[in-house]
Design a protein around this ligand. Structure first.
Ligand code: MLT
Length: 245
C-alpha cells in the first residue's frame, strides 16, 4: 500500500507532463464515459483495447488489420464518429458485438489522457464500475500513485474528481489525514460532500448536461454503478487488457 503522502490527483490532462509520471502508478479516470466504456467492453468480452489520440492514428492502426478482427469505437464531442462501428455509450458494448474483438478507441479526452500517461510504470483505467479492482491494484503498489482525471478539454469534470475522491476516501479509511497532498484533500472533501448520491450529483454535472440530448438515457445511471465489474484494465505496449480476466 502506498503512503498517503504518495497519492496525487491531477484534475485535467493539462495538469501534468508525460515525464512527471515516470516511476509512478497511474489511474486514468473518465467516468463520463470513456473509462466506463472501456471497463464495460473488457468485462463483456473484448479481447483488447487500443486507445488512440486521434482519427489518423486510428486509421493507421486499423489499416493492416483484418476487418473481421477490429471495431472502430469512440466519439467526438459526445457524438459517434462517422464511419465508426460503435460510439462511446457503455450500453453499446455487448458480448455479441464486441466478443473477442480488438477495439480501437478514440475519444475527446479519455483516450488522450490514457496515451499521455504511457510513461508511468503501470497504467490502469478506472471508473466507479470497477472501483474495488482499482483499490486492490493500488494497494499492491508502494510507489507514488497519480489519479488522472481526464476532464473536458483541459477543464475539471466533477464526476472524475468525485471518483478520485472516492478512491482517496477509501485509501484513507474515511479519515482526512494531514499526510494527504492538497490535491488529494480536495478530492476527499468533494467525495465527503457529494458522494452519498452519485447519480444525482453526476446527473447534474456539466458533462451530463452536455450529453443529455446526445446519448441514451441509461448511460449516466450505468456509469454511476459501483463495483459492477471486477475488471482491471491495464496497459502494456499501448494496449489495454483485463489483467483480472
Ligand atoms: C471523452 O473522452 O471526452 C468522453 O468519454 C466523452 C463522452 O462522454 O463521450
Amino acid at each position: 500500500m502506498p503512503e498517503l503522502s504518495y497519492i496525487d490527483v491531477y484534475y485535467s490532462i493539462h495538469g501534468f507532463q508525460e515525464e512527471d509520471l515516470r516511476g509512478k502508478t497511474a489511474v486514468v479516470i473518465d467516468v463520463l464515459r470513456a473509462s466506463s466504456s472501456i471497463v464495460t467492453a473488457l468485462s463483456r468480452g473484448a479481447k483488447r483495447i487500443i486507445p488512440v489520440a486521434d482519427m489518423e492514428e486510428a486509421v493507421k492502426i486499423a489499416s493492416p488489420m483484418d476487418s473481421r478482427d477490429y471495431l472502430l469505437c469512440g466519439e467526438k464531442d459526445g457524438n459517434k464518429i462517422e464511419g465508426y462501428h460503435l460510439g462511446n455509450s457503455p450500453l453499446e458494448y455487448v458480448p455479441d458485438v464486441i466478443g473477442n474483438k480488438t477495439l480501437i478507441f478514440n475519444t475527446t479526452n479519455g483516450t488522450k489522457a490514457i496515451r499521455k500517461a504511457s510513461l508511468a510504470n503501470q497504467v490502469y483505467v478506472g471508473a466507479f464500475l470497477n472501483q474495488q479492482s482499482i483499490l486492490n491494484a493500488i494497494n499492491e503498489h508502494d510507489d507514488e500513485v497519480v489519479l488522472i482525471c481526464s476532464g473536458w478539454r483541459g477543464r475539471l469534470s466533477l464526476e472524475d474528481a468525485l471518483f478520485a475522491g472516492s478512491l482517496v476516501h477509501h485509501l484513507s479509511n474515511g479519515v482526512m489525514s494531514d499526510q494527504l497532498k492538497d490535491s488529494a484533500k480536495i478530492a476527499f472533501g468533494l467525495f465527503e460532500r457529494f458522494g452519498q448520491d452519485l447519480e444525482k450529483t453526476i446527473g447534474e454535472s456539466d458533462h451530463a448536461k452536455r450529453l443529455a440530448k446526445l446519448v441514451p438515457e441509461g448511460d449516466i445511471p450505468f456509469c454511476c454503478k459501483v463495483d459492477e465489474f471486477d475488471t482491471l484494465p491495464a496497459m502494456k505496449d499501448g494496449i489495454l487488457t483485463d489483467i483480472n480476466g
